[in-house]
Design a protein around this ligand. Structure first.
Ligand code: COA
Length: 156
């Protein structure tokens, strides 16, 4: 598997990015404010994510997604490993990610790579999306924020 930045003039893989977000509008906002990366196997794009610089030394992971048929095989964990690696090379010391209050599988996914919950953005999905969003039949409201401290990890 090869992970690389999206090339200039290359179309963003919306089919994949939409697995992690409900609206193209919010994906476009993340593309505009961040860097899109794709993972490919035999030149076929099978996963993607966006990195958005936050405060100094911190980057937020947005719209991480693996093609449906390949989920649950360790690809996402490899992406998180790659993100940690390039964050380290860039001298960053913290990664952030947000997920929904009903996204328990995703929370496990991040926690298994060392992320810990540090904050809850109350009513984020109510205030920032026009229509209600449901996950497993329950309306999602809050964004659960997780982070991993890279400096702490490498010295441990
Ligand atoms: C979330 C996502 C990126 C994880 O990538 P992945 O390649 O499927 O994850 P991995 O195979 O590396 O799994 C790591 C851990 O995540 C959890 N997990 C991942 N997929 C799971 C599934 N289908 N069911 C239950 N747990 C799952 C498990 O805890 C798993 O650990 P395990 O393999 O020891 O059981 C991927 O499932 C995905 O694209 N989902 C749709 C888009 C999305 O929701 N993005 C995240 C937005 S916050």
């Amino acid at each position: 598997m090869k992970i690389r930045p999206l090339r200039k003039n290359e179309q963003a893989p919306y089919d994949l990015l939409l697995l992690s977000d409900d609206t193209r509008e919010s994906i476009d906002k993340n593309i505009h404010n961040g860097e899109v990366f794709v993972a490919e196997i035999a030149e076929k794009i099978i996963a993607a994510f966006i990195l958005k610089a936050e405060e100094e030394y911190t980057v937020e992971i947005k719209n991480i997604a693996v093609m449906e048929g390949l989920q649950g095989n360790g690809v996402g964990t490899m992406l998180l490993g790659y993100i940690k690696e390039i964050a380290g090379i860039r001298g960053l010391n913290k990664l952030l990610v947000g997920t929904c209050d009903q996204c328990f599988k995703e929370m496990e996914f991040y926690k298994k790579s060392g992320f810990e919950i540090f904050n809850v953005r109350k009513n984020f999905f109510v205030d920032n999306y026009k229509d209600p969003i449901y996950e497993n039949g329950i309306q999602i409201r809050d964004m659960v924020m997780l982070s991993v401290d890279l400096a702490k990890k490498s010295s441990a």
